[in-house]
Design a binder for this molecule. Structure first.
Ligand code: ZN
Ligand code: ZN
Length: 409
């Protein structure tokens, strides 16, 4: 197995939020040692970092790799083979921005997970939920008001959601998705921004239906993740045992404290709304959609403060679809308006790994963990924007011990 030794670097510990001068030795896909004066066996490839920062690969805990276009119907109706090829490109581009793990919140299937594991795609590790569960008329029901088709081709790879109503149907859907590789269950529990038919404040799914999802997930050692904006919707999900709270733009202090006490993890996705506000006109969004975007955009920065003050853990997310992915780095800028660089780095490494169930695999630089590593020009603990340049300030990106990029040798 090939050995790679990173020398003369400053190794970033996201837990302590500190740098230390250490060497890191990688063999195959694992980090096998860290420290000083590590052995240099014949054949070891030596990468001289010349004082650069070596840190864990980034984790984005809210993506949709199969959403090629913002025209969601065009994603659904595309052949699955085409969606797979497009998704592979999205994943490769995301890896080139330094993200070595992605958590997909609806769309991706086991084929994409395996494609990475088998080396067919030079992509980040993928953690999937199958399809996002939506009620009839809910956030992921893309049908027009009087379009009564019984389903919306949720078997297609490009479909992010699946319409499922009723406790028994929900149990069957959860069991099927878990059988097919889901590592958590996603529920649309609140209105949405991109969907035409449901106001943001609408509450979606009955308590019994969400309890059934939580039970099915917990029976399999997994958890439920909910799409939620309003305080009322978030509180209801927390009370029902939902673990991961996506977006959370309108959360209030009391609910944040309750969520923190229950060990929930929130995933703010501020950039999704800023990107839509910038590009919305060109995308043909109407006044109703713009009004929704403004509500969640205004709430976004305040929500970060509320969640931090409550001690509610936050994982880094982006939720960008289609061409809006070019704004990925902007999430770091938005978070930096409220959070410290060390807090942002934790959200995109250790906390993300915890939410993905991968804290023994990735998110830190320690012997035994997977070699998901990035080399950064500069010190992200002082200037978080060196992570925001779409990979331009990352001369080396390594995922599971393989170089996805190496400009240093
Ligand atoms: Zn959502
Ligand atoms: Zn999403």
């Amino acid at each position: 197995m090939e050995r790679v030794l990173f020398t003369n670097g400053r190794v970033l510990d996201p837990v302590a939020g500190a740098l230390s001068t250490q060497e890191v030795l990688v063999e195959g896909e694992r980090i096998i040692a860290t420290g000083t004066g590590l052995p240099r066996e014949a054949g070891t490839r030596i990468i001289d970092l010349q004082g650069r920062t070596l840190m864990p690969g980034l984790i984005d805990c809210h993506v949709h790799v199969t959403a090629q276009s913002l025209d969601l119907w065009s994603n659904v109706t595309a052949p699955s083979s085409l969606s797979a090829l497009r998704s592979a490109r999205v994943m490769e581009e995301t890896l080139q921005r330094g993200f070595t793990t992605l958590r997909d919140l609806g769309g991706a299937d086991l084929g994409l997970v395996r494609g990475v594991e088998e080396g067919l795609i030079a992509g980040p590790r993928l953690v999937i939920c199958g399809k996002g569960l939506t009620t009839t008329g809910g956030h992921a029901d893309l049908r027009g008001l009087t379009d009564g088709r019984p389903d919306m081709m949720s078997d297609r790879l490009g479909s992010m959601g699946m319409i499922v109503d009723g406790v028994d149907n929900i149990r069957a859907a959860c069991r099927t998705m878990i059988k097919e590789g889901a590592k958590f269950i996603k529920v649309m529990a609140n209105g949405g921004v991109s969907s035409p038919n449901d106001p943001i404040h609408s509450i979606q799914y009955s308590r019994d239906e969400i309890l059934a999802m939580v039970e099915e997930a917990e029976n399999a050692g997994l958890y439920v993740s909910a799409h939620v904006y309003t305080d009322r919707a978030i509180r209801r999900c927390v009370e029902l045992g939902v673990h991961s709270l996506e977006h959370c733009n309108l959360i209030e202090p009391e609910t944040a404290a309750l969520a923190a006490a229950q060990g929930c993890i929130a995933v703010p996705t501020l950039v999704a709304y800023d990107a839509l506000a910038i590009e919305g006109e060109a995308l043909g969004l109407g006044p109703a959609e713009f009004a929704k975007i403004e509500v969640v955009r205004q709430g976004g920065l305040k929500s970060l403060q509320v969640m931090r003050d409550a001690g509610l853990l936050m994982a880094f997310g982006s939720d960008l679809l289609g061409d809006l992915r070019k704004y990925h780095g902007m999430e770091f800028e938005l978070l930096a308006k409220v959070l410290t660089p060390a807090e942002i780095i934790r959200s995109a490494t250790v906390i993300g790994a915890k939410l993905c169930g991968l804290d023994a695999e990735t998110g830190r630089i320690e012997a035994g963990l997977c070699a998901d590593l990035i080399v950064v020009d500069g010190n992200p603990l002082e200037d978080i924007l060196c992570l925001a340049a779409n990979g331009a300030k990352m001369p080396v990106i390594m995922a599971r011990g393989r170089f996805a990029k190496n400009q240093l040798s």
